[in-house]
Design a protein around this ligand. Structure first.
Ligand code: ZN
Length: 202
């Protein structure tokens, strides 16, 4: 009897004491808090994938985007690129990072996108309220002081989102590796209204 009650009451007590509020099966053995959270989120994604795959049928596409466009955007969780741009599966390449900044690695992806997978247009999307407006290049120094190693990469922090979009457009247009630079456009996505505002390259 005691064994029965303990196996059910322990996880429940644990759940109510965390801020995450995750539902945990009573049969799941107690683990460190971080592990429970990580496992639970990832498990949920994997379960969702099983449902996705059950309804999925092979569209029979090849790897070349149907609309011949590559979209470079910030990784911000509030920006649902496909929904915001009316994109369907197979339409475009999406290249995302913190800020939607055109780094060397984005140039690498765009180069492969254009030269090997047939895209011609580039759409750059930054957004209002970006996390990169709240930090500075001092972040690299902070990291160095904490871990004893200075990152090789720039933080790419910015203060003026319009200007940063212009710089990103310029980086794409001036890259020697691009095949097509005649259709490179930049926008700021408003996370409050869902609207894009185009930035004049000037
Ligand atoms: Zn952002």
């Amino acid at each position: 009897m005691t064994l029965f009650f303990r196996s059910h009451s322990r996880p429940r007590t644990h759940v109510t004491s965390t801020v995450f509020g995750m539902t945990t099966s009573a049969s799941v053995p107690a683990r460190p808090e971080g592990a429970i959270t990580d496992d639970t989120v990832t498990d949920r994604l994997v379960e969702a994938n099983v449902r996705y795959a059950a309804a999925f049928s092979d569209p029979g596409m090849d790897a070349r985007p149907v609309l011949h466009v590559a979209v470079v955007a910030c990784m911000d969780a509030r920006l649902d690129l496909h929904a915001a741009l009316g994109l369907e599966l197979g339409d475009c390449h999406t290249i995302r990072n913190a800020g939607g900044v055109v780094t060397d690695d984005v140039i690498r992806s765009l180069t492969i996108s254009q030269r090997k997978l047939g895209t011609r247009s580039v759409v750059l999307i930054h957004h209002t309220g970006c996390g990169l407006e709240a930090i500075t290049e001092d972040f690299r120094t902070e990291l160095e002081m904490e871990v004893g190693q200075r990152p090789a990469w720039a933080v790419e922090a910015f203060r003026d989102v319009d200007q940063d979009v212009r710089q990103s457009m310029q980086r794409v247009r001036t890259s020697p590796f691009m095949l097509h630079t005649d259709d490179v456009r930049g926008f700021v996505f408003d996370v409050k209204t869902g609207l894009l505002r185009e930035i004049d390259p000037a």
